[in-house]
Design a protein around this ligand. Structure first.
Ligand SMILES: Nc1ncnc2c1ncn2[C@@H]1O[C@H](COP(=O)(O)OP(=O)(O)O)[C@@H](O)[C@H]1O
Ligand SMILES: [Mg+2]
Length: 367
């Protein structure tokens, strides 16, 4: 088992740079998820770690050894791909054993390894079958079996669940997490799906346009996004963004927008920002439905309400921009359609600089 360090890692294709100098330290046994929109450089970064792409600049260290120029098979990493990359003419047992055969392991070692991995992944009944005769989920398990059996120092996953239907994806996600708990192998997992990132990661790395936007635990990033990009990327539905200007309001600063106002937390960085244009980040889950009598109500115009069972999404508008409220249904079904507005605790409002998109300093929501 081993840590992985990226220091100033750059990837350029000819004159075009697509990864712009990434610094990241993945600790031993950690499960780190790289997440970001399509084309932001996740796969390229992972493939550089695997040795499938040349590193244009910077240093890559695995288990304390610089491996920039080390061949993929000598890096002791195992990669699981979206398309499984199984050998169609080999059966499940042979697919799992493939890497061990190449390494010229003994028959006994191969047999016991295949048996063990088959047990771990629930593949024992299918060992004689060919990939064509398996379901998508079973194929994905074989691909993981092939990686596990090699006992690598690091697992690398590139969107391994993207080809599965929603139900199976949820199930396999839990299996991958269980597997990581059991084996404790350092893992780097790439996905564009923020739910996968939130559920699987010890730490999430949010990438955008070849750069890292923020690194932290799922809850750190959810509660304290460093900028509007991370705020809008993590969370479903995403954080509401309201353009506002900070004004002084007595004990605490206030945010003004379209003739309405919200009291902000009495933090120095917000006190000192009077007159500044900001974006208020307001999570759909953090607001409380208010009735007309509430003194600090922010009024919205409701467009429609979607009832999802235990929860409802109220799609509204504020200042002409969409604004979503997520709320419980039980006990308040009769009021959901006709709400006038909401209230929110000042410390749950995230204030971003409208120019840079960066969160103003000093704001922390505790877990
Ligand atoms: N072989 C290549 N030649 C030129 N550009 C490439 C090549 N491979 C990837 N890219 C570009 O690098 C960027 C990052 O791609 P990729 O790492 O696959 O993104 P992601 O996995 O985050 O969707 C994209 O703009 C892509 O078009
Ligand atoms: Mg990719």
């Amino acid at each position: 088992m081993a840590g992985v360090q990226l220091n100033g890692i750059v990837k350029a294709y000819g004159a075009v740079q697509v990864v712009h100098g990434i610094d990241l330290e993945v600790n031993e046994q950690e499960f780190v998820v790289l997440v970001g929109p399509s084309g932001c450089g996740k796969s390229t970064t992972l493939r550089m770690i695997a040795g499938l792409e040349e590193i244009s600049d910077g240093d890559l260290t695995i288990d304390g050894r610089r491996v920039n120029r080390v061949a993929p098979k000598d890096r002791d990493v195992a990669m699981v791909f979206q398309n499984y990359a199984l050998y169609p003419h080999l059966n499940v047992a042979e697919n799992i054993a493939f890497g061990l055969r190449i390494r010229k392991e003994s028959k006994e070692v191969i047999a016991s390894s295949v048996e063990e991995v088959g047990n771990i992944l629930g593949l024992t009944p299918y060992l004689e079958r060919r990939p064509a005769d398996l379901s998508g989920g079973q194929r994905q398990r074989v691909a993981m079996g092939r990686a596990i059996v090699r006992r690598p120092k690091v697992f690398l996953f590139d969107e391994p669940l993207s080809n599965l239907d929603a139900k199976l994806r949820t199930q396999m996600r839990a299996e991958i997490k269980r597997l990581h708990k059991r084996l404790g192998v350092t893992s780097i997992y790439v996905t564009h799906d923020q739910v996968e990132a939130m559920t699987l990661a010890d730490r999430i790395v949010v990438m955008n346009d070849g750069k890292i936007e923020q690194v932290g635990s799922p809850m750190e990033l959810f509660l304290n996004p460093a900028n509007t990009f991370v705020a809008g990327f993590l969370g479903s539905p995403p954080m509401n963004m309201v353009a506002a200007r900070i004004a002084s309001g007595g004990d605490a600063p206030v945010a003004e927008f379209g003739g309405q106002r919200l009291t902000l937390a009495p933090l120095p960085s917000l006190q000192n920002a009077v007159g500044k244009d900001v974006i208020l980040g307001i999570r759909p889950e953090f607001v409380r439905i208010a009735d007309d009598s509430a003194a600090d109500i922010v009024r919205v115009e409701v467009d429609l309400t979607e009832t999802l069972g235990s929860e409802a999404l109220i799609h509204a508008s504020l200042n002409g921009e969409p604004f979503v409220i997520r709320t419980e249904t039980v006990g308040q079904m009769n009021v959901l359609d006709g709400i006038s507005g909401f209230t929110i605790a000042p410390n749950l409002i995230r204030v971003f600089d409208a120019g840079t998109g960066e969160a103003l300093p000093g704001q922390v929501v505790e877990k």
